[in-house]
Ligand binder design. Structure first.
Ligand SMILES: Cc1ncc(COP(=O)(O)O)c(C=O)c1O
Ligand SMILES: [Zn+2]
Length: 384
């Protein structure tokens, strides 16, 4: 309703909304949705939100779907923000929070992006959607396509957690297992999509998954009485969540909902696949693909994220950091996060927690800082 246009995140070329788009046709970089925030600010107050549905569609004015009946929802978003006092006490911290994204449909935050992307696909008349995935995105796309009556074509590495593969199969998606990495899966989608008539919903190769993910930022603010934490610790693969939250903060400031205070964004990666960490250390504004990526935190095995510049920009502008964690430390931290909170932590969430532990110990995060760690998925998919 309030979309002005789409804009290339790199060369700023503008594109008409309500047409099917993937990336910028000039430079190949991600497109982002721009809204008429002045107008939205006049018609939508923060108080109105309190009466709204308990999912991410409570923010529908800042989401791209025009017609209500195109919304494809399974109850995504509005997940708990737990004040984890026992875990905080173990680190000498009083204001530690875990945003538990395992509570989403299909048990990960990928549901947010896919709910919005599939809704937009429905609105634009797309029938067949294809995506490469480390597992959770595929499970989410499969479920939302089932809900919408659309077809999903999913490409996953053969060693993807078994539970994710089964989830996709039982929802009736077309599943192909690839001997290779997520990048090989992406290449397969790109090679076949024109002949097969598929719309490519790879991370940041279409403009709407990031819109769903940005609601993480709106929720954080609303759940904390319209203030933001001092630090956000976020496990980064393709980076949509981090980029989305950064976009949400800008939008909310333009709406007059929050001040200009921003959290420090800490991007966390596995040591076996850390292109963002390396780029930040080298002072580069883009990441070079990681050779031979390895980690059991499957969602973080993304060697060359398309949104590299956007991730690095958000981390730098926020005065944040990017930190890598060993496989052993991911395992230990995942166990501890679950034992001390009862939250079913995914290795990706454990990876983020491991960094918080390191940074709190060496003083890079102050003990009285308000910190939010993201548990982006559920441990259960890794246990079968
Ligand atoms: C549980 C989990 N956490 C984190 C990520 C990385 O997410 P993003 O692409 O937003 O960086 C993924 C991606 O597959 C995931 O499944
Ligand atoms: Zn461009």
């Amino acid at each position: 309703m309030h979309v002005k246009n789409l804009e290339c995140s790199f060369c700023h070329r503008e594109y008409e909304a309500r047409r099917v788009h993937n990336v910028c046709t000039e430079c190949g970089k991600p497109l982002l949705v721009r809204y008429d925030l002045q107008r939205i600010g006049k018609i939508l107050s923060r108080q109105v939100l309190y009466t709204r549905r308990s999912d991410l569609w409570r923010y529908r004015e800042v989401l791209p779907v025009r017609r209500e009946d195109n919304i494809v929802s399974l109850g995504e978003g509005w997940t708990p923000l737990h004040h984890v006092k026992n875990l905080g006490a173990a680190l000498g911290m009083t204001e530690l929070y875990v945003k538990d994204e395992s509570q989403n449909p299909t048990q990960s935050f990928k549901a947010r992006g896919m709910s919005v992307a599939v809704s937009m696909a429905k609105e634009l008349g797309i029938k067949k959607l294809a995506a490469p995935s480390a597992g959770n995105a595929a499970a989410a796309l499969a479920a939302y396509c089932a809900r919408a009556g659309l077809e999903a074509y999913l490409f996953m590495p053969r060693d993807t957690p078994r539970a994710n593969i089964i989830e996709c199969e039982v929802t009736g998606a077309h599943v192909t297992l690839v001997d290779g990495l997520i990048t090989d899966c992406g290449a397969e989608v790109a090679r076949r999509k024109d002949d097969e008539g598929w719309f490519d919903v790879s991370t940041l190769k279409e403009p709407y998954r990031v819109e769903g993910k940005k609601t993480l930022g709106y929720e954080l603010a609303e759940q904390s009485a319209w203030t933001l934490p001092d630090v956000i610790v976020y496990p980064t693969g393709g980076g949509t969540g981090l980029v989305g939250m950064w976009k949400a903060f800008d939008e909310m400031e333009a709406l007059g909902w929050i001040s200009d205070k921003r959290p420090r964004m800490i991007s966390v990666q596995a040591a076996g696949c850390a292109p963002i960490v390396r780029a930040l250390k080298e002072g580069s504004d883009r990441a070079t693909p990681w050779e031979n990526p390895r980690t059991h935190a499957a969602g973080l095995r993304v060697p060359g994220p398309l949104g590299d510049r956007l991730i690095l920009r958000a981390v730098r502008e926020s005065g944040g950091d990017a930190v890598a964690v060993s496989e052993e430390d991911i395992r230990t931290a995942t166990g501890e996060l679950t034992r001390r909170t009862g939250v079913d932590a995914a290795p990706e969430g454990g990876c983020a927690f491991a960094v918080l532990e390191q940074m709190a110990k060496d003083g890079r995060i102050g003990r009285d800082s308000e910190v939010v760690v993201f548990n982006t998925g559920s441990g259960s998919s890794y246990r079968t």
